[in-house]
Design a protein around this ligand. Structure first.
Ligand code: BES
Ligand code: ZN
Length: 628
């Protein structure tokens, strides 16, 4: 069966006993419905994985992970004879099957031809009664979910580095498994590395591995496959509090711990709003700059780009964001990838609430306004109409192809609208109940709508209409009745901009901007006319030093302006930035802006040729799409 044939067929499969007692009675383990996802080949109506045991060896010369993945499955169709797993570019050596207590016996398997979007279905023959399989396999150096870095691509320049990125459907490129967010598994893992390196996973780490080349981990809470994560490198740890700390290359770890020192305060604030943090520790791992995302909410261990270490905590909303996923995403998970806005929209809303609690409303409002402008900008680059809405059609597509700011910012605006209509206290209680009642489960958009109707809309009829809710989900723009963020600070920035653009002196601007934060500078640059004169550009650069800014976000908005205004003095710094940094949000708009003119497109291709080897496979795909 093709993944699309399974599309959005929510398969509600409860055993007879559990069904009679309400699916999860006391004597039976809870057996929840599993939503099939169009991007997975897994036959979840027959088998649902409950546990994974990994034993993998990292080979940095060959750039492979090799070893075994053992899956424990819950049989949901007694007559089923075949287990279908997702894989991509894996070499499968061997498959074995076993009953709970029995011995392993070889079993046969076939690997389907790969499709570009989803990889290859691995079909394993399941003998009657078998409920475990063990697959011996190796990854390919081209695995989309792995980036192997040479020592020269690290800060220390002496040791190689490996990191995984499983979201959305890359786990299958390093583990054969049921790779869909509707299936939750616990896992344990043994990772074998060169002795000089340290392995970390987004899981409980057994202490004492350092120097031995063998590391063991355990994830006792059931998680979707996209949250499995591993990194190996010359890593050091610095604690920030009793349950928080930072992993990074030794030369980075102290600066990172200072930058992120408010993390415990953020956790406490979130717990106050939405209930206890349920994952034990919360640590951060700072990756080399080729990490293709700002952050990734791997449980217990957020993966983060070093580009947010600005020295002044101005970009730590990234931590608030990834931390917030511990509720919206990791605890209550989008049941299928088209429900992605349930992860990211909720998380962006929570992120702003955390920033407000820890740094105040003015900063949260500025960040929300920058979000709205990012939303409009991102939406204007989207070619498929439905991708401009909260519910993109992902049939036949890698979810990454539909990735944009829309689920983040349109989703956050939807929740901010509900907050404004029902009142903050009511809405906070509502969200907390949502997390509590759906903890460790998948949720669909329909689940959320049902919950919204029964818990809020029916309680206060007429406050929000069904038509408004539908417009939030399906419109290709911001609804006219949205409650948009406002910022007095930005009004002042715009006044300073107007004065400067209409001939005001650099001194006047210096006066006005003395107390500006990163966000005010970002808005200032973003709000400048795209055809600003070269004299103005030079004057600004001389005064503020934009071209050499060490703040990755300020440099980003400045380089975009420099491209539009043909300000060649920024060329070489911009090129160095695009080669050094692999974070897609920072580089893709620059490639896109360049590619808008024939000459710029040639330049973009030249830069890409130099940068390509240092980019993550996902970044390579995205940039190649633009410069092609
Ligand atoms: N979960 C995402 C990253 C992601 C999304 C990876 C989809 C792969 C597929 C993460 O939480 C995220 O949104 N990161 C943002 C950070 C931000 C909005 C502060 C990023 O990387 O830019
Ligand atoms: Zn996110």
């Amino acid at each position: 069966m093709t993944p699309s044939a399974l599309k959005r067929s929510a398969l509600v499969i409860c055993c007879a006993v559990a069904a009679a007692t309400g699916c999860g009675g006391e004597s039976e383990p809870p057996m929840h419905s599993v939503s099939a996802d169009a991007s997975s080949y897994a036959n979840v109506s027959a088998f649902v994985t409950t546990h994974l045991t990994l034993d993998l060896t990292a080979n940095f010369e060959q750039e492979t992970l090799a070893g075994t993945a053992e899956l424990t499955v819950d049989r949901r169709d007694p007559a089923a004879t075949e287990l279908v797993l997702d894989t991509r570019d894996l070499t499968i050596q061997n498959a074995e099957a076993a009953m709970a207590t029995g011995d392993w016996v070889p079993t046969s398997f076939t690997l389907d031809a790969a499709t570009p979007a989803f990889g290859s279905a691995l079909r394993i023959v399941m003998p009657p009664g078998a409920d475990r399989v063990r697959v011996t396999y190796a990854t390919s150096p081209a695995a989309r979910g792995l980036q192997w870095l040479s020592p020269s691509q690290t800060a220390g320049r002496e040791q190689p580095f490996l990191f995984t990125q499983a979201q959305a459907i890359q786990a299958r490129s390093f583990i054969p498994l049921q790779d869909l967010p509707g299936v939750r598994i616990t896992y344990d893992a043994t990772i074998r590395t060169p002795k000089a390196l340290v392995a970390v996973m987004a899981a409980e780490m057994t202490p004492g591995g350092e120097g031995t080349g063998v590391f063991t981990f355990k994830m006792p809470q059931p998680i979707p496959s996209y949250l499995i994560a591993l990194a190996i490198g010359d890593l050091a740890f610095t604690p920030m509090g009793t349950r928080t700390g930072v992993w990074a290359e030794p030369s980075m770890v102290e600066a990172a711990a200072r930058e992120f020192e408010d993390t415990e305060q953020m956790i406490a604030a979130t717990e106050g709003l939405y209930g206890p943090y349920r994952w034990g520790r919360y640590d951060l791992l700072v990756l080399p700059p080729s990490f293709p995302f700002g952050g990734m909410e791997n449980p217990r261990l957020t993966f983060a780009t070093p580009t947010v270490i600005a020295g002044d905590k101005s970009l730590v909303s990234l931590v608030a964001h990834e931390l917030a996923h511990s509720w919206s995403g990791n605890l209550v998970t989008n049941a299928t990838w088209p429900d992605f806005w349930l992860n990211e929209g909720f998380t962006t809303y929570l992120e702003r609430r955390i920033i407000e609690a820890v740094y105040g409303k003015a900063r949260a409002d500025m960040e929300a306004m920058i979000g709205v402008s990012d939303l409009e900008d991102s939406r204007s680059t989207i070619e498929i109409a439905q991708d401009k809405t909260l519910l993109p059609d992902m049939t036949g597509r890698d979810p990454d192809d539909a990735y944009s700011t829309v689920p983040y910012e349109q989703g956050a605006l939807f929740l901010a609208f509900l907050e404004a209509k029902f009142g903050r206290d009511t809405f906070d209680a509502f969200l907390r109940l949502w997390f509590d009642t759906h903890a460790f489960r998948g949720a669909t958009t329909d689940d959320f709508l049902t919950f919204l109707r029964t818990e809020l809309m029916d309680q206060s009829p007429g406050v929000v209409t069904e038509a408004q809710v539908q417009e939030w989900l399906h419109t290709e723009g911001i609804p006219s009745f949205a409650v948009l963020p406002q910022s007095d600070a930005f009004v002042k920035v715009e006044q300073a901009r107007d004065a400067f653009v209409t001939g005001g002196s650099a001194q006047t601007l210096a006066q006005a901007s003395r107390a500006w934060s990163t966000h005010e500078w970002m808005h200032f640059v973003d709000a400048l006319p795209r055809d600003l004169s070269l004299d103005h550009m030079r004057a600004l650069d001389d005064q503020v030093g934009f071209t050499k800014s060490t703040n990755s976000e300020i440099a980003h908005v400045w380089f975009r302006l420099a491209i539009a205004a043909n300000y060649a003095a920024a060329d070489s710094e911009m090129e160095a930035y695009m080669i050094r940094i692999g974070r897609r949000k920072l580089i893709l708009p620059l490639y896109r802006d360049l590619a808008a003119t024939p000459a710029g497109k040639i330049r973009a291709a030249t830069i890409f040729a130099k940068a390509r080897d240092g980019y993550h496979p996902m970044a390579v795909t995205s940039v190649a799409d633009i410069v092609r």
